[in-house]
Write a protein that binds this ligand. Sequence first.
Ligand SMILES: Cc1cc2nc3c(=O)[nH]c(=O)nc-3n(C[C@H](O)[C@H](O)[C@H](O)COP(=O)(O)O)c2cc1C
Length: 522
Amino acid sequence: MSQIENQNIEEARDYHGATKHSYWSVRSGGHFLDWETKPSLFKLYPTLPVIPLPHDVEPPDAQALAAVSAFEPVGDGPVDLGRLAQVLFYCAGLTKKKIYPGGEEHYFRAAACTGALYEVEIYVVSSDLPGLAAGVYHFSPADFALRHLREGDFRGELVRAAAGEEAVSRAPVTLILTAIFWRNAWKYQARAYRHFYWNSGTILANLLATTASASISARVVSGFIDARVDRLLGIDAEREASLCLVPLGAHSPAPDPPDVPPISPETVPLSKEEVDYPEIRRMRAASMLVSEEEVQAWRAAFSRPPSPPSGGTRYPLDPLAEGIDSGRALGDVILRRGSTRRFASTAISFPQLSTILDRSTRGVPADFLGGPGTSLIDTYLIANDVEGLPGGAFYFSPSDRALELLKEGGFRREAGYLCLEQQLGADASVVVFFLADLSRLLDRYGNRGYAAAQLEAGIVGGKIYLCAYALGLGTTGTTFYDDDVTAFFSPHAQGKSAIFAVALGRAARVPGRAEPLSPGAH
Ligand SMILES: Cc1cc2nc3c(=O)[nH]c(=O)nc-3n(C[C@H](O)[C@H](O)[C@H](O)COP(=O)(O)O)c2cc1C
């Protein structure tokens, strides 16, 4: 597909408009799931050398809430093969197996993903590490192993792609997250492009917490020349896209790279047929960066004007004291995590809600954001049942860390409706909605800013998952009726667009629990 400029922001506006859910769109869509073409959940390279990862992975042992809220890790822990295996397992490993009544086995992974379709792949670009030769690798969760794509130290190629970005230039290892279009579009069609970023976000929430637990620096780098990274990985850019780089560790300057000849390693087809969604390819093409100048311009900090006060009563957050924490270690939280299938329709406490909001919104170390507390997204919520807080619609004011009451009342029915008429929203204690001022965002960042907002919302949503489980509560990501969400929170939310939503509360017990797995054991 020919290049469309990142600054041609009608592309993102059109894509967003065309992929909104509404009461009518879900009734007139006519899409059905063709089980004959369900894509394989694993990218398989049948001919590449296999490098097994160690199975004796140490669980990340920091207190989960502390690890989730850390912005910059304290210390500079070493990155070796064991650490790499830990990070990969706790962000994208197979952590649970469920056997359905017909005997069919399904593997769940460390991070939540729309439809459990797991379209996000992870690649590793490494220097020489103890136990691992410098190279470019694909991470295969199926057998907890790496596949060797290129031999040699190619980190310098990433430094060039990212126009000298500092963290990339010093990292001994950089992970690259990509998305395979068809694997998620099979179910979600063109809207899958949004999902790529939400689902990368939940992986990144786990990853950032795991690296914080190990005192390893990590950063989300979204500004890079896409075509260079795609070429390094040998991916088919019409079917798979590089989404972000995550440099791990520091103090290992990357040398100039060797030549990067094209590669196109053989992969097993995902299914016997694929349906093309040109909207995804078009949106992807329209958000690519093509020059160093564009990448450098991407990195300048974004500043967002404060939302006008609503005049409503303010409820300052009242989080549980830090240090006493919940006592749950991060590794344990990630292994136990699972999306709540049914909420108990009972209350959580205001200190619990406060802790979750406080810990999950302290900032994301990303090249498109400034320091802690900067954000592209606005947080709104519906409180269905929170002890110590009236029922109603609220805006979370980040500057004074308070909830601002927009309208008081019982909105369970509306909350369920806004979550695409799912009972989850009605039964949850709270539904959190992330919105963004897309006009400002696109003016500043171009089409790629659209992806950045989706990604940040996915990361904060992923942090909410971890905080909720650390407190013994349940949560699930949820989709939504776009314009109805904006209308519900207006006039405060006038002009903003719905980006992502998460429901939380107490989980009701449902039969058929999945069985936990250790690395490589399935
Ligand atoms: C971004 C996102 C959106 C989701 N949306 C819904 C939803 O609308 N309804 C639902 O029942 N589950 C939803 N889920 C939960 C997924 O179905 C769930 O993550 C997946 O089945 C994997 O299961 P696990 O999270 O228990 O590991 C969502 C998850 C994510 C990450």
